[in-house]
Design a protein around this ligand. Structure first.
Ligand SMILES: Nc1ncnc2c1ncn2[C@@H]1O[C@H](COP(=O)(O)OP(=O)(O)O)[C@@H](O)[C@H]1O
Ligand SMILES: [Mg+2]
Length: 223
């Protein structure tokens, strides 16, 4: 892909050579690690180096689609081994929860609004959990991992799962729901006329395969 205006070719070449040699960690601080990769600090950037055996390394496709949204880090460079995005200066919600920090109502609503906007655009915000969301030094939330977001023409099938993920975050961040997910589920059981499709990771992959490369008409009114 093209380099963004902000990152120069020299930096990209430098990082590429470290990644190829497999010694990024000798020179740069590890910010965090997940199933798909390790994330290192480089200047004001976060460099996500994909694990060799991990096939799903197309975070950048979704990040490109979400580029206009302030709640997602900007993508500056990607190839098949690593990608470079804005570094979020702050902590994951998991770290904050462990430190006893409680999310403010307004911060949670900001997250909920973003998730709803994705959903309305046909993007299923899958894998939303405490390690994939960070709070930056200005008190703004950022969704840092969109590697498992995908497009679906059957977004209603995922509504319950998304609601459950949000409820879990709410619970862990000290904001409690009036109704637990299980109570809501029971209510739905009696009122829903449409059979629910069971959510499985394979069905998610299937939809993802169909549409993961398509660009959305995703646009936001704010910059
Ligand atoms: N843009 C970023 N800025 C700062 N830290 C990040 C950033 N992206 C990821 N991290 C850190 O790296 C960890 C793993 O990144 P993530 O993208 O979730 O990897 P995986 O896809 O393997 O789950 C995160 O939980 C977070 O601690
Ligand atoms: Mg993650």
């Amino acid at each position: 892909m093209e380099r963004s205006r902000l990152i120069d070719q020299e930096s990209v070449d430098y990082l590429s050579s470290l990644v190829v040699k497999g010694n990024v960690e000798k020179h740069h601080t590890l910010l965090g690690e997940g199933l798909s990769g390790q994330v290192f600090s480089f200047e004001d950037y976060a460099v996500k180096v994909y694990k060799e055996d991990f096939s799903e390394n197309d975070d950048h496709l979704m990040l490109t689609n979400l580029d206009a949204h302030p709640m997602f880090p900007k993508l500056h460079y990607q190839n098949d081994k690593f990608m470079i995005v804005d570094q979020v200066k702050g902590y994951t919600l998991a770290q904050l929860r462990d430190a006893g920090y409680k999310l403010k109502d307004a911060q949670y609503r900001q997250l909920e609004k973003t998730i709803e906007e994705c959903y309305e655009s046909g993007i299923i915000p899958h894998d939303i959990h405490l390690n994939n969301i960070m709070l930056d030094e200005n008190g703004n939330l950022k969704i840092i991992d969109v590697g498992r977001f995908f497009y679906s023409d059957h977004k209603e099938d995922y509504q319950d799962k998304i609601r459950e993920d949000l409820d879990k975050i709410k619970y862990h961040c000290g904001l409690f729901s009036l109704f637990s997910s299980s109570r809501r589920k029971r209510r739905r059981h009696y009122t829903s006329s449409r059979p629910r499709r069971h959510y499985t990771s394979s069905s998610h992959r299937r939809h993802r395969h169909h549409r993961r490369h398509s660009r959305s008409s995703f646009s936001f009114s704010f910059s």
